[in-house]
Design a protein around this ligand. Sequence first.
Ligand code: TYM
Length: 329
Amino acid sequence: MNKKIVFSGIQPSGNLHIGNYIGAVRQWVKGQNDGLNIFCVVDMHAITVPQDPKTLAQKSREISAIILAAGIDPDKSLLFVQSHNPDHANLGWILNCYLSIGQLNRMIQYKEKSDGKKFVSVGLFDYPVLMAADILLYGTTEVPVGDDQKQHVELTRDVAERFNSKYSPTFVLPEPKTPKAGGRVMSLIDPTKKMSKSDPNPNGAVWLLEDPAMARKKIMSAVTDSGSEVKYDWGNKPGISNLLEILNQFSDVSIAELEKKFAGQNYGQFKIAVADVVEKFLVNFQKKYAEISESEELESILKEGAQKAYQISHPKLLGVYKKVGFLGQ
Ligand code: TYM
């Protein structure tokens, strides 16, 4: 059997919310005890939409500290910033030549992100190809992501298959891994929409670095559904189902058990339980975050992560250069 190699990434744009934590970072932490685990702060993806340069650099540092505070252990996992390893852009360019415009046109996230925008960069269109390069450079077997990234991992498999069959086996086909519950955490004010960094209404999301008392208020005023039963039923009760998934993820109590526990209780009592776990999580998390973000160790963790990542990616890239016919140096 292939060794488990995990790769995932997160953009240093906007603020991270509990959806990013539940859908992605928490899964990374849970899985880091075996195999090779590589996590990347994808600053090159972030510039596909306009960014303020100073803020972008600050955010890359902030997100790195958040990932460490969430429990990624640099002795077990590699953590680095995408632009610190030039192999990503180099492989991305090559993969561009093995995917069609038609394939990229089908990407749902591109349609959503470009919709109604006056200026749409080529980078935004090309975004999934750079993501494919991120994944394929490391022989990745598993990509732990939220639901919204699954289509991009499918495209990664498509380009890997095309390249492998045109030349010879080169790339491993990765599997997307989404959590059973929490792969798509929904907005607190509109549970039919995904919790999102770019939601103009800040009450839809709980931010990882926000005041825990404010987070509590947001949960208490989350939109619920008609009726009064705490039931896991996305069709009729999306608000309650979303809160049940959040509670399940922060308490590790199964959804079936939670339904039993809250049978006969009203929405208000249920929301207090959700607010309690989220608030407690944020208090502990933010304590760790403060320690890490003040420490000078962060820079050396990122530097070492990039060096180790390059040692893995570069032989792979040179192999690809040879296959496509680039003149060796
Ligand atoms: P990004 O930065 O938008 O989001 C980071 C991760 O958070 C997940 N996520 C969610 N999960 C559950 N509920 C939500 N409401 C929610 N919102 C976001 C995302 O699915 C993601 O896993 N393209 C990626 C970054 C990337 C990447 C990669 C990921 C670049 N290269 C290679 C994996 C492998 C992105 O924009 O994620």
